[in-house]
Design a protein around this ligand. Structure first.
Ligand code: 6R9
Length: 658
């Protein structure tokens, strides 16, 4: 059976889901009738407010927004305590699995107690409302506890990927002037105990280089590995949190009180500290989580396989799911440890019903082959989500067919760190899905695709994606840099939010994301999307994954340069001695394939077969580095790569037989 879902195929919602889905068509009607009244209603229905708000939106100082003006709430109370007060304290909040196989079951009552203790411990370390706390942790429950404890006391957190370097950590700590760093001795990844505390020591060790704002380092014992200790600065979690009082009064904060800063990896320049606040952000996270995932808190087991170090982990592991009181799975490690069947064991063990992951992971599973899933009972799954980059129709089709047994809706969700929550996505009981399209703005969200002059493009045309009205979970700014906020997002098309993504509208008005605008190539004056060519390559049966860049070219301005990872069988066929001819034939076939699928203009100048692609920890291909290879330069800054050795592997492979 072919894996390909062609762009012509569409999938109506299953009839029973259409009938009883959480989101019904009237949601669009209500939002269209009165957008602000709609949001006010969502905020009041989904959240507990200590003081009701008096104005839904203050946009007088645009683009600096204030949502739910006058309202006061405590975010952690909304995510934990109120569920316990409602009698659901025994409901499992988190089924946690460590990579080595250790497991913990944490109920809402357990989580409430741990958050109160941690809040007391942070206050004991002198943290006050408004102080920033940096978190540098593996995917362990303490990460969730620490985030919520910060929210509880009104201290904005800044989570830094556990995979980032000491330098990256120091820059982020300094930019936010964090007073405490919460970390662990280490965490498990791919079977090994990776050190974290050592990086913190390196980041803070030399006051001349930075880290001077930090007074305390709170350390969770996870791996038991040896750590250096700075007396007077370092404290163990098990000493100060486990022993702290379980009583803690949650104070209400203004709706616009800062909740967190999250740095985006940024393709160039200094990372941007994206600022989110309390009432609007939590409304957006809870609303989208509930409707896009059709959440039934009593029965669902939800699994978002992201890392809390990026925004998907913030909105769809911590704030959205917990505000909605759902039971979820949290997994510490990689999908191939100890075997490539780990995920499917997890799905089976907990009866996961809702799964949310990234296209790159789906393509990895494609590469490994569908056989690995066949021995597992995946019948509990009823909805699959995708996020992080455009999902090519082949991966979409494979996901639905092999993970979703050709039964489950697939929702492709477009959003950004800056938007705080999902903006464009199908709704599972309403939308007839089209593989590869994120489709329509959610109710309450207004988007458009504009040409260079700021005019809306005609159906079928490509342009720039913008959001035309403010929304509750929008970023409130870039930490410490108001000018950059205005300049980056609001000046390209005045009055509209410029997302930095290219998009195309089809004849039904559905949105097709084309990748970052800086990933749009210009070949002989023709605009070509990297995503479109990648999608064409991946539709070839020999290709598992592809990344395309525009490399400088004397005649055409830019030329298409493709890096491909082959599927296992194709790779075997061209890897043996004396198989150069086969390899050359395959490269020719792939070039012709793209010419056929898109147009001769899109035919790659080069197709390079590689074993791996350089990716960030959130799974985004770093095309900048591939462009360096394609243009014959030393690769630039590799500090945000999940695995910094990948560039060496690529170069070594290319120097071998071509
Ligand atoms: C949530 C997240 C944001 C950028 C965004 C876009 C790309 C995310 C996508 C998608 C096409 C989707 N992106 N989801 N592109 N379809 N469903 O990923 O946040 O890390 O800030 O990245 O990711 O290019 O602009 P973030």
């Amino acid at each position: 059976m072919p894996d390909e879902a062609t762009t012509q195929e569409t999938y109506p919602p299953p009839p029973d889901l259409a009938r009883d889905a959480v989101a019904q068509p009237e949601l669009y009607a209500r939002a269209d009738a009165d957008r602000l009244a709609f949001w006010a209603d969502q905020a009041r229905t989904l959240l507990d407010w200590e003081t009701d708000f008096t104005q839904t939106l203050d946009w007088d100082r645009a683009p600096f927004a204030r949502w739910f003006v006058g309202g006061r709430l405590n975010v952690a109370h909304n995510c934990v305590d109120r569920h316990v007060e409602a009698g659901n304290g025994d409901r499992v909040a988190i089924h946690w699995e460590g990579e080595p196989g250790d497991r913990r079951t944490i109920t809402y009552a357990d989580l409430a107690r741990d958050v109160r203790r941690c809040a007391n411990a942070l206050e004991g370390l002198g943290v006050k409302a408004g102080d920033r706390v940096a978190l540098y942790l593996p995917m362990i429950p303490e990460a969730v506890v620490a985030m919520l404890a910060c929210a509880r006391i009104g201290a904005p957190h800044s989570v830094v990927f556990g995979g980032f370097s000491a330098d990256a950590l120091r820059n982020r700590v300094d930019d936010a002037e964090a007073v405490v760093v919460v970390t662990a001795d280490g965490g498990y990844r791919r079977g090994a105990a990776a050190p974290l505390k050592a990086s913190v020591d390196e980041a803070l060790g030399d006051p001349a280089r930075g880290g001077r704002s930090v007074r305390s380092v709170l350390v969770v014992r996870r791996t038991g590995q040896d750590v250096a200790w700075t007396e007077g600065r370092d404290v163990w979690w098990h000493d100060v949190v486990d022993g702290a009082s379980e009583e803690h009064e949650a104070q209400a904060f203004d709706a616009e009180h800062p909740l967190y800063i999250l740095y985006t990896s940024g393709t160039t320049g200094k990372p941007k500290g994206i600022l989110h606040t309390s009432g609007g952000y939590l409304t957006g996270a809870a609303y989208t989580h509930r409707n896009v995932f059709d959440v039934r808190p009593e029965t669902d087991v939800y699994w978002c396989a992201a890392d809390i170090g990026w925004v998907t982990g913030h909105s769809y592991i911590v704030y959205g799911p917990l505000a909605n009181g759902v039971t979820q799975v949290m997994y510490e490690g990689t999908p191939d440890t100890p075997t490539r069947e780990r995920w499917w064991e997890v799905v089976e063990r907990y009866g996961v019903t809702l799964l949310y992951t990234a296209p790159t992971t789906v393509r990895t599973f494609m590469k490994w082959g569908a056989d690995l899933l066949s021995g597992h009972d995946l019948s509990s799954l009823r909805l699959l989500g995708s996020v992080g980059e455009p999902i090519n129709p082949e991966a979409w089709g494979w996901y639905r067919r092999h993970v979703g047994s050709d039964r489950t809706p697939v929702v492709d969700t477009w959003w950004q760190t800056e938007t705080g929550s999902i903006m464009i996505s199908p709704l599972p009981g309403i939308t007839t899905t089209k593989p590869g399209s994120a489709q329509r703005p959610l109710p309450g969200i207004s988007a458009a695709v504009l040409d260079d002059t700021g005019a809306p493009v005609a159906d079928g045309q490509a342009g720039y994606l913008v959001l035309t009205e403010p929304w509750p979970s929008m970023l409130r700014g870039i930490w410490g840099d108001d000018d950059r906020y205005v300049e980056t997002y609001w000046s390209r098309f005045p009055g509209r939010y410029f997302a930095g993504d290219g998009a195309r509208l089809d004849e039904d008005g559905d949105v097709w994301l084309l990748g970052r605008v800086d990933d749009v190539m210009n070949v002989s004056g023709h605009r070509l999307s990297t995503a479109e060519i990648e999608s064409a390559l991946v539709s070839h049966p020999s290709v598992a994954e592809a990344a395309v860049v525009g490399a400088a070219d004397d005649t055409t301005g830019q030329a298409v340069c493709a890096f491909v990872i082959l599927r296992a069988d194709a790779a075997r066929a061209v890897s043996g001695e004396g198989d150069e001819a086969d390899a050359a034939a395959l490269v020719k076939e792939l070039r012709d394939h793209v010419a056929r699928e898109i147009s001769p203009i899109a035919k790659p100048r080069q197709v390079l077969v590689v074993a791996e692609l350089p990716k960030t920890r959130s799974g985004k291909i770093m095309r900048r580095l591939l462009r360096d290879v394609a243009e014959g330069r030393e690769a630039g800054d590799v500090t945000t790569l999940a695995d910094s050795s990948v560039m060496g592997t690529i170069r070594a492979g290319l120097q071998g037989p071509a």
